[in-house]
Design a protein around this ligand. Structure first.
Ligand code: ZN
Length: 227
């Protein structure tokens, strides 16, 4: 079993046989969401140090005992705030877990931490669970890295930012989907008041007569069954 749930902005749950993986948990933006209702949050992944991606990582990690994996500079920030099980990593190699494996990959974006310090480089993350490859693009511009990610990793599903201003807008995310070679995409990062408010249906329309399936996971109970 493998399910994907969009909490808000770039925050997702990947629900697998052994528990729940949280990505970029800025969950305070979704008042309906309560992480205490999620089954065994085993891991939290953070793509970069901006507040809208770090979110409630510290609180959730402390209250659930979840492991936190992030680029070394962001990981060090979590350690200074008292998070115990932190895994500092870099970009470019497979990382193994009970539920599968993942790899941090490049993203083109800045990475200042909530305390103003540098968070190093921003990342995207590709997960491989039960033979399914899910690519979370983080915050990024369109980058030719996507062509290499397609060639080397063949992602099945891509979670792509479409809100513009800080990263890709709809026009660029459409090209990203093509370069990644995915057959399924989930839009993200389209509602961040007061700056970003983009309708994901305008993105989905671009794929209407293609073989790419665009899935909007907007409602509290929406889940995408991947396996
Ligand atoms: Zn962001």
């Amino acid at each position: 079993m493998l399910k994907l749930k969009h909490i808000t902005l770039s925050a997702f749950e990947i629900i697998n046989d052994s528990g729940t993986i949280l990505i970029d948990p800025f969950v305070s933006l979704n008042a309906q969401y309560n992480y205490r209702n999620s089954k065994n949050i085993s891991d939290i992944f953070v793509t970069h140090g901006h507040y809208d991606h770090v979110g409630q990582t510290v609180e959730i990690a402390k209250n659930t005992g979840a492991d936190v994996t992030a680029i070394v500079d962001v990981a060090a920030y979590f350690q200074t705030l008292g998070v115990k099980k932190v895994h500092p990593v870099g970009i470019g190699s497979w990382l193994n877990y009970d539920w599968g494996r993942c790899i941090f990959l490049p993203a083109i974006h800045t990475c200042t931490l909530p305390n103003g310090a540098s968070g190093g480089v921003a990342a995207s993350i590709l997960f491989e669970i039960n033979g399914v490859r899910i690519f979370h693009a983080g915050d990024t511009s369109l980058t030719v890295e996507f062509k290499g990610i397609n060639e080397v990793y063949h992602p099945d599903v891509a979670l792509l930012p479409i809100g513009g201003i800080y990263g890709m807008d709809i026009e660029h995310a459409v090209i990203a989907a093509k370069w990644l070679g995915v057959k399924m995409i989930v839009p993200m990062h389209y509602y961040l008041p007061p700056v970003i408010d983009v309708d994901p249906r305008d993105f989905a329309k671009k794929f209407e007569e293609t073989d790419v399936k665009c899935v909007i996971l907007d409602n509290e109970n929406d889940e995408l069954l991947l396996k």
